[in-house]
Design a protein. Structure first.
Length: 380
């Protein structure tokens, strides 16, 4: 089975420095270096599909542009790249979301993937009119996905749930293909939702031992539901021709972190209700020392950015080795990013992917089969 790689559309802005923010904290000033225009994001999308990335994650939240609208526009400037659209179930009715997904599939030729984000920050949720607590939000997510999946299957749905109610709900046209659902969460209630409803369980880039524990946990829950899930991991990458060059780039990014910005972001993230975010914070403890928490796994990004806070750092060979290590645990999909996203896509796509291809772990998803060479008659 070929590994699947996705890239990232920085709808919060891009830079040669880390663009911080997320999980209830605003994007940092560096996000203004390269504004998230449709033209620039389309450059990244076209580069990603040429290099062999299957999809591109687009984030959600007050810190970035709307994912649905942005990807709908960028999809018209690309050909094959799928869009892993992050959205929050509490903000859109399940019937409307199912209809939106169906329309997206038809208008893009089936290039939608859905990243369901329940929302770990109550203060940000309240700004959008959502006043449920975290556990209730996850229970609502389960009801939401139940309704959406039944609608996509062509059923007429009546449900009077704890949080959602629909009556005689149906779609005039179901999506073809049905979008795959990606989902992450580290709390017990999140695990139950994943086991019942999702196709791909995503984890942030924790050290391999912790990732292995998560995979075993979710696999066990899914088995009780008679289901099998795929697993993915969300990481940044800094890959160069040599290890020294890669670590020099990591240190350059770290030197660009303003101490007051780090202090402010860490204070904001410390209030997060997300168990996954707290696990990210525990990897670095808010300090600049000891940031290599596993060979080639660097926690520096998390000093100024919420959510995914770790990066694979090293030579192309070393980064390929770490990817193979995660794959041996059961990870088949990698959702990656790097600063700036246009250039870093090429570093990874031209440096790491060919090495994985040589090991038989990856093949270009859009490559055309090579025609056999024409036989030239031997002239005597």
């Amino acid at each position: 089975m070929s590994l699947t790689f996705h890239w990232f559309l920085p709808t919060n802005g891009d830079s040669r420095h880390v663009v911080g923010g997320g999980h209830g904290t605003p994007a940092t000033a560096s996000g203004r270096d390269r504004p998230p225009t449709v033209a620039y994001l389309s450059q990244i999308a076209r580069a990603a599909e040429d290099l062999g990335f299957v999809g591109a994650l687009t984030p959600t939240g007050a810190w970035c542009e709307d994912a649905w609208l942005t990807t709908a526009m960028v999809s018209q400037q690309s050909e094959r790249l799928k869009f892993l659209v992050a959205f929050r179930p509490g903000f859109v009715s399940p019937t409307l979301a199912a209809q939106m997904a169906s329309t997206f599939q038809r208008q893009t030729g089936g290039r939608l993937l859905l990243n369901v984000v329940t929302g770990g920050e109550s203060h940000e949720q309240r700004a959008y009119g959502d006043f449920l607590d975290k556990d209730a939000r996850y229970r609502r997510t389960g009801e939401f996905l139940q309704i959406v999946r039944e609608l996509w299957a062509g059923k007429t749905v009546d449900l009077a749930g704890e949080h959602l109610q629909v009556e005689d709900a149906r779609l005039a046209r179901v999506p073809d293909p049905v979008p795959e659902v990606y989902f992450g969460g580290s709390s017990p209630v999140a695990g139950e939702v994943a086991a019942r409803y999702v196709d791909v369980y995503l984890t942030w880039g924790e050290p391999p031992a912790q990732v292995a524990e998560k995979i075993a946990w979710i696999r066990g829950l899914a088995a009780k539901q008679g289901r099998t899930l795929r697993f993915g991991i969300r990481l940044h990458v800094i890959t160069r021709d040599t290890s020294e060059q890669a670590w020099a780039e990591a240190h350059r990014l770290l030197d660009g972190f303003d101490p007051e910005t780090v202090k402010s972001v860490q204070a904001g993230l410390a209030r997060s209700e997300s168990e996954g975010q707290q696990r990210m914070l525990a990897l670095h403890g808010g300090g600049r020392d000891g940031l290599e928490i596993h060979p080639n796994l660097w926690a520096g990004i998390g000093l100024v950015r919420g959510g995914a806070g770790t990066a694979l750092v090293g030579s192309h060979e070393e980064v390929a080795e770490r990817i193979a290590e995660y794959h041996r645990l059961g990870i088949d999909e990698f959702v990656l990013s790097g600063y700036p996203h246009l250039e870093e896509a090429y570093w990874f796509g031209e440096g790491v992917l060919p090495r994985l291809a040589a090991q038989g772990l990856w093949q270009h998803p859009f490559a055309k089969p090579t025609a056999p060479a024409a036989q030239v008659p031997f002239a005597s």
